[in-house]
Design a protein around this ligand. Structure first.
Ligand code: NOJ
Length: 561
């Protein structure tokens, strides 16, 4: 069999440090907290720990607004704590990956402060400042978080560009000095033992000069200008520089958060022969239950569309790149609340989701708490929400005259805070997350759904994940098999085969609370049951399966020699 790279046969566990575990009782998760829970993480059988940002930050965007790239924020601990964490990860045979936020800094970063203080400072050109046009912004580009992407600085009589929050000015990668700074930051952490990087919003590095006006969004003077800043050809050059100067020589892996991709660009980024990126974390695959770009205009899950999006990327990247597989992250609601049944069939549907997603081709990225089937937090007051995106959307919604009750429901279903509520460790105060007052309230159901309870239940979601991670490891069909979706138009069934030379597997999943019938595909009768959330599949003499609500299983068949 072909030998995989270490990250191809890996499962990654993503930690959002502020919400994982608080070791010092100040209410905020910290690096020592992660270190204290490494045995738990390792017990899942995962190979890699990815931590979201823990650098000095005013926390305007959950730590993705960095004011010092080389220092641990005191809220998270010290550099010694970081070194102990990496040593602890390595001692357990795992790798450590961290975020690199290169598209923007915090407005409190000394570079930006210097840029504001003096137009002639070399740091002014680290960012994008432009004069206004006809007394307005240089263009009508919208910020991803709402409003204009330009902010006026009266003292300079100029605007600066921020694709995200106004406290996140975009770096100017056309300035070679900026690229050198970035390379040296990447080397700094590599010297400290980091094994790879998750590259944040990294396909936005190049903005078309001229910043042409775009079609405004309904009811707004601003419009999404992704055509002018996402995946521009110059980005490939930047990726090759990162690879040739740092990632390649140091043997670091890269996973890149990328959106709005076409097939050719995706292969261009990820084809190993081109030396750019290792894995693509395709942001828009999970946008299948919303209207356009607006996550606060939810739609019911369109399963055929979801399957089609996954099938598409499986096919485009098969032999031409490698995908990150995920059901959630710190920007998404909880998968079981969103795609499963968080009520009667919570555990079963959480297991089915994992069964459906993680036998596709790619590297699974489990987000903390997903392995417990944690649900959205079900807050009862708008004051419990913290995230900039949620608060901006709420403000705009209320200004349009929409009701608070409507927004409470929306934020409980769709906001990024859904995934950022503290990890539920046990049924104690603050869900065992902290001995102090938690910075965010725990989930309403933490007393029932928590790691301690699941540890003791052989049938728990947690133990299902452990089995899943064990059985997928090293399997030729999982690693290299071709993916074929069956019944792509079926609104409830999510069925695919993965066919390799040595073996083939079949993953069958019922995304509904109803019984469904499905003929067992040829060749899988008598196949080995690798994994199931309901025990042995129900198969009649005619070879027809009766699938129970939210049932999911995987069968393995040895190929004929
Ligand atoms: C993607 C990150 O996952 C998200 O949390 C952040 O707000 C944006 N990039 C901007 O850095």
């Amino acid at each position: 069999m072909r030998q995989p790279k270490w990250w191809q046969d890996a499962v990654v566990y993503q930690v959002y440090p502020r919400s994982f575990y608080d070791a010092n009782g100040d209410g905020v998760g910290d690096l020592r907290g992660i270190t204290e829970k490494l045995d738990y993480i390792a017990s899942l059988g995962v190979d890699v720990v990815w931590s979201c940002p823990f650098f000095v930050s005013p926390w305007a965007d959950g730590g993705y607004d960095i004011a010092d790239y080389r220092a641990v924020d005191p809220a998270f601990g010290t550099m010694e704590d970081f070194e102990a964490l990496v040593a602890g990860v390595h001692a357990r045979g795992m790798k450590f990956v961290m975020d690199f936020v290169g598209n923007h800094t915090s407005d409190e970063h000394p570079w930006f402060q210097a840029a504001l203080a003096d137009k002639n400072s070399p740091y002014h050109d680290y960012y994008t400042f432009r004069p206004g046009k006809d007394g307005r912004e240089p263009s009508n580009w919208a910020s991803i978080f709402g409003g204009s992407a330009w902010e006026y600085v009266p003292a300079l009589d100029e605007y600066y560009l921020h694709l995200f929050a106004k406290k996140q000015p975009d770096l100017n990668w056309e300035n070679p000095q900026v690229v050198e700074e970035v390379l040296s930051i990447l080397e700094f952490w590599a010297d400290k033992g980091v094994d790879g990087y998750r590259l944040d919003a990294i396909n936005y590095l190049y903005k078309e000069p001229g910043y042409p006006d775009v079609e405004p969004l309904p009811g707004s003077p601003y419009g999404f200008a992704t055509a002018h800043y996402a995946n521009k050809p110059r980005v490939h050059e930047h990726f090759r520089t990162l690879r040739s100067r740092v990632m390649g020589p140091r043997g670091l892996s890269t996973v890149a958060e990328v959106a709005y991709l076409d097939d050719e660009t995706a292969r261009g980024y990820a084809d190993p022969a081109r030396g750019e990126l290792d894995m693509l974390y395709l942001f828009d695959v999970l946008n299948v239950d919303q209207q356009g770009f607006d996550k606060f205009s939810p739609l019911p899950l369109d399963l055929p569309r979801f399957k089609q999006a996954l099938a598409h990327w499986q096919q485009v990247l098969h032999g031409h790149g490698w995908l990150a597989l995920f059901l959630g992250n710190h920007d998404q609601p909880r998968a079981v609340s969103r795609f499963g049944d968080e009520g009667r069939y919570r555990a079963r549907s959480a297991k089915m989701l994992a069964n459906a997603m993680y036998f596709l081709q790619g590297t699974p990225y489990l987000y903390q708490g997903e392995e417990l089937g944690m649900t959205n937090p079900h807050y009862t007051s708008l004051s419990q929400f913290k995230d900039v995106e949620a608060l901006d959307a709420l403000r705009a919604g209320l200004a349009r005259g929409e009701s608070e009750q409507h927004w409470l429901e929306l934020l409980n279903a769709r906001s990024r805070d859904c995934g950022r509520a503290p990890f539920s460790w046990n049924d104690g105060p603050a869900a065992g997350f902290t001995a102090g007052t938690p910075w965010m309230d725990p989930c309403a159901d933490a007393a029932q759904i928590n790691a301690a309870a699941e540890e003791n239940d052989p049938d728990s979601v947690l133990n299902f994940y452990r089995t899943l991670i064990r059985v997928r490891k090293g399997r030729p069909s999982v690693l290299w098999g071709r993916t074929d979706f069956l019944v792509p138009e079926d609104p409830d069934l999510f069925v695919y085969t993965r066919t390799a030379e040595e073996e083939a597997l079949l993953s069958v999943n019922n995304f509904s609370g109803e019984e469904r019938h499905f003929p067992l595909p040829q060749g899988f009768a008598g196949g080995e049951l690798l994994l199931s959330n309901c025990g042995a599949p129900q198969l009649d003499e005619e070879g027809v399966l009766t699938l129970r609500p939210w049932e999911g299983f995987v069968l393995l068949r040895k190929q004929q020699p």
